[in-house]
Structure formats: structure tokens, C-alpha cells
Design a protein around this ligand. Structure first.
Ligand code: FAD
Ligand code: DLZ
Ligand code: SF4
Length: 507
């Protein structure tokens, strides 16, 4: 007999390791372990989601006839690591080896490879492109732009294709998806599930063990099995999808989800299949229930961005998370962990991250990510923060988004220019600035929005690297046209502000 490892983000009935195994003779191993629960200080909601979903998935496997050796976090014999648990179970069952699906993190891939047990690693074919396919696409290209990879994925899956051409005549409708924040949001947000007995037990355990981590555990409302996740998906397709495209980039003080799908955590954990989600969304378009800009925009995120960042993570190798092309070294400010700040956009994005283990893409990219980049925060610390605080965060997807897209720490593999903006962009796309102690219109002075100061500070200090970038020439021309006194004031005020930040003042 063999052991079949199922990790906390592999909760899919058709996982390659389960397909390969023999229900009659093999034993599934699932383990709640201290190592996985603490490699970063995960948000308590993320830990609770993972453990509750693992327990329910184990129950569904048993019901389906599998023998499951399940270790709970507080079992006295728990070794604390995935490999320790496998070794213990192998001795217990006299197993000949371990079958597993490739983990989504180099750390675990290495640990499993180094184990004194025979292992058989299978590809994770819940993804549309395998490693070889991504490499074949990437090899020999000067720039790895997502858009071209995405078109290949459209052709491969047939999603939104009209014969050999893209539906509606265009591949990408992003242009229609940049409307500023609406006054009213008609969709009430994700479906909320009352905790059942299994979830309640997990919540008590997590409160006792991880209650001091950043983030609030209750109220806990996530779906924790695939049936619930499907219910949520249907609810969003009906209520949220039709306007998802229009307001994809908008942000509001009093609405944390707008029209976003909030499916990342379910897809990444295995409760929803990414291709099936896209087919359901395409069907809504074919039925006339959602417009093309929304449907294409969503499908692009899943078969485009999601697949593309995974390709980059595995292509670039284990050292990707340590890259720091811009040499940034500032410590992550305490405001990221909820300390007071006068910056309303940061305070709101961090507060909702603490309460929901969720922020949507533009909050991650253009508020917290933009700020960390402009302020020159050490990308490794930024990476750890994002990996810890979001319920959908696993290294294969988080690291390329943070190290690459958001912090430009990979030197431009993912982004052709840094995602930076002054306060103006946040003002245009949100209602944050109206409630802020700073004034977004002020470029200098006591009340000047820090994004305005830091934007020029960033461009100025990285002039050697970026002045020659054709997409950034305009920015440097504006800077160069300012008179020298003004540039001096901006430099000085930005330096002062950063000094106060370093000292731990509530700036
Ligand atoms: P929606 O906005 O409704 O989008 C639908 C789905 O598309 C998402 O659920 C996700 O599966 C996929 N998707 C969208 N954008 C991306 C992207 N850039 N990369 C990969 N998949 C994408 N996504 C994660 O799944 N895990 C992370 O740890 C993560 N960290 C991020 C960190 C930063 C700095 C940034 C800028 C983005 C990050 N993203 C991450 C991508 C994106 O922000 C989230 O997928 C999205 O906010 C999840 O919410 P949603 O399900 O409501 O997404
Ligand atoms: C995120 C997570 C947590 C909090 N706990 C566990 C766990 O106890 N057992 C487990 O198998 N997986 C857990 N996970 C998910 C893993 O960290 C994830 O499988 C790896 O990071 C690879 O993506
Ligand atoms: Fe954020 Fe600046 Fe607007 Fe305040 S004024 S909310 S700091 S962008």
C-alpha cells in the first residue's frame, strides 16, 4: 500500500494524486501541522478556513470509501510538519511510498523531495497550462507579457471564442473596465455561511492557538466545502458578475467587496475548479445574463493572470521571493499591522484586511502595494505580509503578484514599468480622500498627500533605472520641468515624512 498526501490547498475530488491511488489499498494522509500554520503569521480566518475545509474534505473522502489518516492540530502525537507526519504514517501502515500532487510552494517541494521515503510527484493538472507549456511559450521571448499568453489560453480552452476569433472581435475589454467608484452598489457581497459544528470546533482551536495573530476570527462566514462554494459562485454570477467589469478598479470606504467575486480563496484551496468557474461565467454571457466586458474581464483574470503568475513562479525558481532589484530596505511600517495612520486609504484597506482577510486587487496593488513601493519597503517583508494576511494567499500566486507586479523587485519580468501613482489615481477611483486628514490636491506642505510626495521621491531616487523607460518618459519630463526650488521642497518634505515614518510616528 501507499500513502496519498492531500495538502490544505489540494481539496479537490479529482486531484491527480487521488486519481492515481487505489481506494481499496492506499491510505490518504491529511495533517493539520504547526509548521504550515506558522511559516508566516497567517490571519486567523485563513487558518480557520483551511482547517475547517480540510476536515470536511476528509469526511467527504471517507464517505466516498477512502481510508483517511487525519491528524488534528492538537493530537498529542502530531509531529508538527507534513514530512514528519508522512514518516510517522508510513511506519504505522508499513507503506511502500508516497504519492502526491506537486505542492504550490518550493519550500514543500524541497522538503518532500528530501524525505527518506519513496515519493511519486504528479503534476497539478487543476491548472490549464503545465510547466512545460509555459516554458515553451516563454522560451526565446524578450518580454513575457501576460496578454499573449492569455490569448493562447483562450484558444486552448475555447472560452469566449467564435471559431478562431475572439468573441466580439477583441481579445481584451479592459478599456471598458475602469469606471470610478459608483454611488450605489446593488450587489450585497459574498454569500455568508453560518458556522456549523465542525467550523465552530475549528474556530475555538484557532482562537486558542492563533488568537493573537493580526486579524479578527469572528464573525466567520467563508464557505468551507465545495457545495457551499458553488452556492456562493451562483449567487455572485447572478448578482455581482453583470457589473464586475465596470467597477473592477473602484474602491469605496463603506463597501469592501463591490462586485468582486471573492472566489480566489475557494479556487486556490481546490473547492472550486478554475475552468468550471470560467465555463459557468461564459454561460451567463451566452444566456444574455452578463455583458462581454464583465465576462471577458473575469475569465482573463483566471485563465490569463492566474495561470501566468504560476508559470512565472515555477520558471523563476526558489530564489524569486528574495529578489530586490531596487535595493529597498525600509522596515514594513506598523500601519500595515493596524497601527494608527492619518492616511485614510491605508487605514481602510488594512482595517478590512484585518476583518475579512480580504482586499480586492486595486486595494492590494494601488494602495498598500503602491505605498510600500514608493516608500522603499524591503520587498521580502512586503511579501511575508501579503502571504500572511489574505485568505487566498499561497506562495505560487502571492509572490509573483507582490515581488513582481507590485514591488518591481524582479527587475521587470512581470511588469514593464512599476505600478506607481500619486494620490490622484486613488482619488479618481475611490471616495477615500474625502475622509482623509491629508489633502490629495496638495503637492507640498503640511497636509500634502504622502503619495504625492513619495511618487516624485521614488522617480527621483530611481532615475538611473527608469528615465530611459519609454513608458516613463512623460513622468520624468514633468519632474524636469518643475523649477529647482520646487523639486528641492518635494525631496525635503518626502525625506522628512519618511523619517517620521521610520521613527514610528502615526503619520
Ligand atoms: P476578482 O477580482 O473577482 O477576480 C477573480 C479571480 O481572478 C480571483 O479570484 C483570482 O483567482 C483571479 N485573479 C485576479 N487577478 C489575479 C492575479 N493578479 N493573479 C492571480 N490570480 C488573479 N491573488 C491570489 O489568489 N492570492 C494572493 O495571494 C494574491 N496576492 C496579491 C498581491 C498583490 C500585491 C496583488 C496586486 C494581487 C494579488 N492577488 C492575489 C491577485 C488578486 O488581487 C486576487 O486574486 C483577488 O483580489 C482575489 O479576490 P477575488 O476573488 O474577489 O477576485
Ligand atoms: C495554509 C495552510 C495552513 C494554515 N495549514 C495547513 C495545514 O495544517 N496542513 C496542510 O496540509 N496545509 C495547510 N495549509 C496549506 C499549505 O500551507 C499549502 O499546501 C502549501 O503552502 C503549498 O501551497
Ligand atoms: Fe490616501 Fe492621499 Fe487620498 Fe489620503 S489624500 S486617502 S493618503 S490618497
Amino acid at each position: 500500500m501507499r500513502l496519498v498526501l492531500v495538502l490544505g490547498d489540494q481539496l479537490s475530488a479529482d486531484l491527480s494524486a487521488l486519481r492515481k491511488a487505489d481506494k481499496e489499498t492506499d491510505v490518504v494522509v491529511m495533517a493539520e501541522v504547526a509548521d504550515e500554520a506558522s511559516y508566516v503569521p497567517h490571519h486567523p480566518k485563513k487558518i480557520a478556513f483551511t482547517l475547517a475545509a480540510m476536515r470536511k474534505f476528509a469526511a467527504s473522502l471517507r464517505k466516498d470509501g477512502w481510508q483517511v489518516a487525519y491528524t488534528k492540530l492538537d493530537d498529542p502525537e502530531n509531529c508538527g510538519t507534513i514530512t514528519g507526519e508522512l514518516i510517522r504514517r508510513a511506519a504505522e501502515h508499513d507503506a511502500a511510498g508516497v504519492i502526491h500532487t506537486e505542492p504550490g510552494e518550493w519550500r514543500l517541494i524541497t522538503a518532500l523531495g528530501d524525505m527518506p521515503l519513496k515519493t511519486h510527484c504528479l503534476p497539478d493538472d487543476r491548472f490549464i497550462a503545465c510547466h512545460q507549456e509555459f516554458d515553451d511559450w516563454a522560451n526565446g521571448r524578450k518580454a513575457l507579457r501576460m496578454e499573449y499568453f492569455y490569448r493562447d489560453m483562450r484558444r486552448k480552452t475555447g472560452l469566449l471564442m467564435d471559431g478562431g476569433s475572439p468573441e466580439g472581435g477583441k481579445w481584451n475589454y479592459d478599456h471598458d473596465n475602469r469606471k470610478p467608484a459608483p454611488d450605489d452598489v446593488e450587489y450585497g457581497g459574498p454569500m455568508r455561511f453560518a458556522p456549523d459544528d465542525t467550523v465552530e470546533q475549528v474556530l475555538d482551536l484557532v482562537q486558542a492557538r492563533f488568537g493573537d495573530n493580526f486579524g479578527t476570527l469572528r464573525p466567520f462566514w467563508f464557505a468551507t466545502d465545495s457545495a457551499q462554494a458553488q452556492q456562493h459562485l451562483a449567487h455572485w454570477i447572478k448578482g455581482g458578475l453583470p457589473r464586475f467589469g465596470d467597477f473592477q478598479d473602484a474602491m469605496l470606504n463603506d463597501n469592501r467587496f463591490l462586485y468582486h467575486a471573492v472566489v480566489g480563496l475557494y479556487v486556490n484551496a481546490g473547492l472550486l475548479d478554475p475552468l468550471a468557474v470560467c465555463r459557468a461565467v461564459e454561460q451567463a454571457y451566452r444566456d444574455g445574463a452578463a455583458p462581454l466586458n464583465a465576462v471577458e474581464g473575469f475569465i482573463r483574470q483566471i485563465i490569463g493572470w492566474r495561470e501566468y503568475v504560476r508559470g512565472i513562479y515555477f520558471r523563476e525558481g526558489p530564489d524569486y521571493v528574495t529578489r530586490n532589484a531596487l535595493g529597498h530596505s525600509r522596515d514594513l511600517p506598523a500601519m500595515f499591522w493596524g497601527a494608527d495612520t492619518a492616511m485614510n486609504c491605508i487605514a481602510k484597506s488594512v482595517a478590512q484586511t484585518g476583518s475579512e482577510a480580504y482586499a480586492h486587487h486595486i486595494q492590494r496593488l494601488m494602495v498598500t502595494g503602491n505605498f510600500a513601493l514608493l516608500a522603499g519597503v524591503d520587498p521580502a517583508q512586503v511579501h511575508e505580509w501579503y502571504l500572511a494576511v489574505y485568505a487566498d494567499a499561497y506562495e505560487w500566486v502571492e509572490a509573483p503578484n507582490v515581488i513582481g507586479m507590485s514591488q518591481f523587485a524582479d527587475g521587470g519580468i512581470i511588469a514593464s514599468k512599476p505600478y506607481i501613482s500619486s494620490g490622484n489615481y486613488i482619488h479618481k477611483m475611490s471616495d477615500y480622500c474625502g475622509n482623509c486628514a491629508y489633502r490629495v490636491q496638495d503637492k507640498t506642505g503640511d497636509k500634502a498627500c504622502p503619495f504625492n510626495l513619495l511618487y516624485w521621491h521614488f522617480l527621483d531616487r530611481h532615475r538611473d533605472r527608469f528615465a530611459g523607460n519609454p513608458r516613463m518618459g512623460n513622468m520624468y519630463r514633468v519632474w524636469d520641468r518643475m523649477d529647482e526650488d520646487r523639486r528641492k521642497t518635494i525631496r525635503q518634505e518626502a525625506d522628512d515624512w519618511l523619517r517620521r515614518l521610520n521613527k514610528g510616528e502615526a503619520v
